[in-house]
Design a protein around this ligand. Sequence first.
Ligand code: TYD
Ligand code: MG
Length: 452
Amino acid sequence: MARPRTQYVCQKCGAVHPKWMGRCPDCGEWNTLVEMSPAPTVRAVGLAGKPGAQPVPLPAVAAAEVTRWPLPIGEFARVLGGGVVPGSLVLVAGDPGIGKSTLLMQLADRMAGPDFPVLYISGEESLGQLKMRADRLGLHNPHLYLLNETRMDALADHIQGMRPRLVIVDSIQTVYVEEIPSPPGSVSQVRECAVRFQAMAKNLGITIFLIGHVTKAGLIAGPKLLEHIVDTVLYLEGDRYHAFRLLRSVKNRFGATSEVGVFEMRGDGMAEVPNPSELFLAERLIQASGSAVAVTMEGTRPLLVEIQALVSPAPPGAARRTANGVDPYRLLLLVAVLTKRVGLRLHDHDLFVNVVGGLRVDEPAADLAIAMAIVSSARDRPLPPDMVFIGEVGLSGELRAVGHMELRLAEAAQLGFRRCLLPRTARRLREIPPELTLLPARTLAEAIAVAF
Ligand code: TYD
Ligand code: MG
């Protein structure tokens, strides 16, 4: 057999190149290529197709039925498409300290039972530390086993011997294979271990959750590299100064992506938030200028969020624009439209825009709410407290229709809003909640005239 050739792997994006280069052509980063032995072949880890497979005509193929183990944490189940799929490998990624270990320990505890042993493997914390967390969370399930181990071979032996139904690996960056000289957490270790976990999950029909840290310096040897190997990728996001946590699926071989679960980090663990809009609007001041409520979509779920803007005089020639939770480019665009199409004087003012609760709003549907918050602050006049704003703003100042209008309107009505400013083109709606008055506008200028 020919000797496998050395390859060069970018430590930033995980791209593989046949020769060394100063700059990775895939991600453009300098000095990130490192020499490595090639990844194990699928044959070596037992993932190759069954020998002698034959082509089959399409109608004769039976559809695969995805079995799911029920997951008693509703917000988590929603993100996974209803439950945990046996034989799958799931990556849960997020910043250090965001609550990954907490959430997955709760998951492990809720799933474990007499016929469903669960193994939580930690290379990050000692058994004593894990016990402290379990106590804090009030967990004492006798079918949940803890293991402090980082050597892949030893881990695999335990899994083979104990046959848990569910395994949590905290974190993939601490596990290592002894034959590979590079340290745990390096690209080659992470990749090798993930491929082995994948094979283990498939061969034993068990589900393995891998926890992965996103590092400050980028995604070194982390989630990006693993996305191709695992079946499902979930990101746990949030702002460490706020209690809200969003669990978002970005890849799912067994369900829809872009589904979001909402949690709140409390003193005794992560609590589900079944009505997130209520929580995000809880602290709103009704008569404050510079505040507008947007109705955004997170996956298939509408979410009402408060957008705040503050416009204040700036020193000559030094006006700043600061965006928190909205795309800074989008904000500049809205400022330009407000200046040019509405005649709002912003060039000698600082502008701060903030999404309350540490949320990120990337949807153009929030444009109108952002613009209205800015106008409200610039004029120092509050918007009507029972009004929500939905719509994308175009470069000519026109309001553009957005999707999922019925869902958004229903959510706004349910939370007690009575009026909705929206693009005129969104007229043909099938279900309009009776308590909600629609105020269609063609342009941003028209919308401003209606709201004030
Ligand atoms: P952790 O789950 O350890 O985060 P990760 O595994 O993503 O690094 O949780 C980190 C933070 O959460 C820690 O600063 C303490 C806090 N915390 C709570 O607020 N409530 C809790 O019940 C627990 C266990 C932790
Ligand atoms: Mg942790």
